[in-house]
Design a protein around this ligand. Structure first.
Ligand code: NAP
Length: 537
């Protein structure tokens, strides 16, 4: 038995020697400790580094107390803090590499010693585009098997962009006060610039995407450098209509792409809760979008953050965006609709200073405060309920004597006890630096009153995004939507429409349905183009 153990030890030593032989550079470590503070952790850190130094001379160690000038210069105040290769990187370990963290520690030495982040091509691309600093904190613990992945993501990022990225790996056992401060009671948790960007271990692409966006991402869409893309169909708009059209077009055999100027999912992405999409009794709007995007990515390339600037018709259309050019046989306009403005004095001046069109985005800023929700449709009621549920004191105001929202929502509204001011209009939004009150007018009695509020949420419908359709010379309906036939053909040959930009019921499920119809019609038309047949007639 003793002999077996000796052989195992020798084998482990040989493997470690091989591991360090493959590392080309010395890795300077600096350990800061305060006598009497977190001693077991400080001793743990010393022991593991000592053991490594017995095997290799690639690791050097200096140790200082917290009152040393270097600790002050580098802003180090916690014991123990281990600093890795400070001349090249900003990587610190607050605690000691124990338990599962030993794996992280060894990988950190390998990555830092080779000065190679070993990230995938897509992740490197995302980090290369970063143009402002990111201070990452990853909360870990020795007993957590998922922590090494989160920690190693951080190390790779800090090695890839030492000019912008700094990293603190925080052991929650050595630093329970920090865990408490960040409410990091479950690990791993990743923060960047004090914002939580990851809960649990993330795949590397989702980690870098979250780091770039400074919010957790659940879908990774690879970037493309192509200057020109040739395809059968360009779908403009990445909401439910566009994404569904992409799936159907690709499944019909068309080469389709989806181009989206803003956030994928359109209005759904900011809808707090969806309760009428078949298959989901209740699903967050953003979650539903992530599911749709993940599904669509199985079939089509998606280009978010890219705005279509011009569409030049012809035998082959040229679609020019802010990033590149597309040559395509057909175009589907699934451009959706934008928030309608109230037009009341003060609305423009105080925009972003207490006036909001998105309760999911801005609601949390008003927890414990009083706000007004303007509107009487499904959106206004859904959003008022969301605000109420997150602790915002919300009052609704509607210009008629009854709301037009679905009965189911009205029941929830009644149960919530949210007050509704009927027959009332907002005639002015008041406030100096930010919203302080609204001036209301009862349109029955003509009586005016002032209601003090901290915020005004506006959900009074949407205006269709028809600029591209207009620039193509496509006809619009008297209500301002795109005019189309039952096959979603607009009045411009080869140009189709789907979703809210066509008017109608404006439900997620109808948008998706129309997206599928349009894609199937486009497939049939591309095989047998009605516009050439028209010419022949
Ligand atoms: P909407 O149904 O068009 O309702 C807009 C509301 O705002 C109406 O009550 C309207 O008043 C009011 N309004 C319009 N202009 C106004 C102004 N200038 N001043 C004051 N009030 C004004 O819009 P939406 O609620 O955003 O819904 C849009 C579409 O999405 C709808 O088809 C809706 O069914 C759908 N949607 C569905 C769900 C769901 O199913 N859970 C959720 C959200 C949205 P009037 O009543 O006087 O016209």
């Amino acid at each position: 038995m003793a002999e077996q153990n000796r052989l195992k030890e020798e084998d482990a030593q040989a493997q470690l020697q091989k591991f360090f032989a493959a590392i080309p550079r010395e890795i300077p470590l600096v350990l800061f400790c305060e006598p009497g503070k977190n001693e077991p952790f400080a001793e743990g850190a010393r022991q593991i580094i000592r053991a490594i130094r017995e095997i290799t001379d690639k690791v050097s160690l200096r140790e200082y107390t917290l009152d040393h000038a270097l600790a002050k210069e580098w802003g180090i105040s916690r014991s123990p803090t281990l600093v890795f290769a400070p001349e090249n990187f900003k990587i610190r370990w607050l605690g000691a590499p124990l338990g599962h963290e030993v794996q992280t520690f060894m990988e950190a030495l390998r990555i830092i010693g080779r000065q190679e982040p070993d990230l995938g091509k897509e992740a490197i691309k995302v980090l290369a585009k970063l143009d402002s600093p990111r201070a990452i904190k990853v909360f870990v613990s020795p007993s957590c098997p998922y922590c090494p992945q989160a920690a190693i993501n951080g190390i790779r990022a800090a090695v890839a962009r030492p000019d912008l990225i700094s990293l603190e790996l925080i052991d929650i056992q050595a630093n329970p006060d920090l865990a408490e401060q960040y409410a990091a009671q479950s690990v791993p948790q990743t923060f960047a610039n004090e914002t939580q960007i990851g809960l649990g271990a993330q795949p590397e692409e989702l980690f870098v995407a979250s780091l770039a966006a400074l919010e957790p991402q659940r879908v990774f869409i690879p970037d493309s450098d192509a200057e020109e893309i040739v395809c059968d169909l360009v779908i403009v708009g990445g909401g439910p209509a566009g994404l569904t059209a992409g799936i159907y077009a690709a499944r019909s055999g068309l080469q389709a792409v989806v181009v989206e100027k803003g956030v994928l999912g359109g209005q759904v992405a900011t809808t707090p809760m969806v309760e009428n999409y078949p298959g989901f009794t209740q699903v967050g709007g953003k979650t539903l979008v992530d599911i749709m995007v993940t599904h669509a990515l199985e079939y089509v390339k998606i280009f978010p953050g890219e705005e279509v600037q011009t569409i030049t018709p012809g035998e082959v259309f040229t679609v020019t965006t802010t990033r590149r050019r597309y040559k395509t046989r057909a175009v589907l306009l699934a451009t959706g609709a934008g928030y309608k403005r109230l037009g009341a004095p003060g609305e423009e001046r105080l925009a972003g200073r207490g006036i909001s069109y998105c309760s999911t985005c801005d609601g949390p800023l008003f927890t414990g405060k009083k706000v007004l929700m303007v509107g009487g449709g499904d959106s206004a009621v859904t959003e008022a309920l969301h605000l109420h549920n997150i602790g915002v004191g919300v009052t609704m105001v509607h210009r008629r004597e009854s709301l037009r929202a679905q009965e189911r929502l009205l029941v929830s509204l009644r149960e919530s006890g949210i007050p509704v001011l009927f027959n009332s209009e907002v005639v002015e939004i008041l406030g100096e630096a930010r919203v302080e009150a609204v001036r209301l007018k009862n349109n029955r009695t003509g009586e005016e009153s002032t209601l003090p509020v901290d915020g005004v949420f506006i959900a009074i419908g949407y205006s269709p995004a028809v600029e591209l359709a207009r620039s193509l010379g496509a006809e619009l309906t008297p209500d301002g939507y795109i005019k189309k036939d039952e096959r979603h053909r607009t009045t411009v040959p080869g140009v189709y429409s789907a979703g809210d930009v066509e008017g109608g019921f404006k439900q997620i499920v109808t948008a998706a349905g129309h997206g599928s119809e349009a894609a199937l019609a486009i497939f049939e038309d591309l095989i047998n183009p009605y516009w050439t047949n028209q010419k022949k007639r």
